[in-house]
Design a protein around this ligand. Structure first.
Ligand SMILES: [Zn+2]
Length: 280
């Protein structure tokens, strides 16, 4: 999860240019629906893409096919599609994983084809876009967070705790976050990724050798509980800054660890054992 500045694209100008470009195979179709598409783009802007308020045209024509074609085979004028795809390579704005090579249509192409090319509907993402849930709106009108509009993504939102026997892990919201859209986003986007397995692997590695994961720890020094917490805080701050998000998975790992007294005690004892006796 990561807040992003909206792309600087003049979508309406691009649309009008496509309608005039006789070299494009489907220019006439775009031209025929130019007014409706213009209205749809403006509707999206007015409501920040709210799925409750942005209804697709349902033209039942080959307009949808043409828009999909140009998304899959963008002419030079639509270079913003590739630019957006590459605009957050180190962290996925939708789920916070440490990769991003794809595009998520915030309003899916399958149900909302009108916005297939619209820059504000295109969000760089990892493969979480292929795994997201089917619901666009929750029972209380909750919706998936939008990295261009939802500034709450600038806050630290996500943590985890271990339940019962390790490695049973729950994703949790950090204290004081009471936002139904955030919970909906977690349920529909993040819980469909491999974040729990990823965290379990990190925890396992931490328990075996804390300084392998907490690289801000000096592996050659006996430490106190305060030293360990300082090192985890320091690592989290570096990840926050370098990845430009407080909700990248590395920072989420640190946040959960800082709240788990039992794991911190295990890590402290393990680090000092290794320091005294070497890695067995
Ligand atoms: Zn993702």
């Amino acid at each position: 999860m990561k807040s992003l500045a909206p792309p600087l694209v003049n979508d309406l100008q691009l649309l009008h240019g496509m309608a005039r470009n006789t070299r494009l195979g489907h220019f006439q179709i775009i031209g025929n629906f130019l007014n409706q598409l213009t209205d749809q783009y403006q509707l999206f802007i007015r409501h920040n893409g709210s799925p409750a308020l942005c209804m697709a045209l349902q033209t039942g024509t080959n307009l949808e096919e043409a828009l999909r074609y140009y998304y899959d085979n963008p002419p030079l004028a639509l270079h913003h599609i590739q630019t957006i795809r590459e605009s957050s390579p180190r962290v996925c704005p939708m789920c916070g994983s440490l990769k991003s090579w794809n595009i998520d249509h915030y309003l899916p192409q399958s149900t909302h084809p009108d916005w297939s090319l619209f820059s504000l509907n295109l969000i760089p993402s990892c493969d979480c876009n292929l795994k997201r849930g089917n619901r666009l709106i929750g029972p209380g009108n909750e919706r998936i967070l939008h990295p261009y509009f939802d500034l709450i993504l600038n806050q630290r939102l996500l943590s985890w705790n271990s339940v019962g026997i390790y490695p049973n892990i729950n994703l949790t919201l950090v204290n004081l976050v009471r936002n139904p859209d955030v919970q909906f986003h977690i349920d529909e986007i993040i819980m469909n990724t491999n974040i729990l397995g990823w965290l379990a692997d990190k925890i396992g590695s931490f328990v075996r050798c804390p300084s392998d994961e907490i690289i801000t720890l000096n592996p050659n020094q006996t430490i106190t509980a305060r030293d360990l917490e300082n090192a985890i805080n320091d690592l989290r701050m570096r990840k926050d800054h370098s990845l430009g998000s407080l909700n990248n998975w590395e920072s989420v790992f640190c946040t959960g660890l800082l709240g788990d007294a039992q794991l911190l005690n295990i890590g402290l004892a393990r680090h000092n054992f290794i320091q005294a006796n070497g890695y067995p």
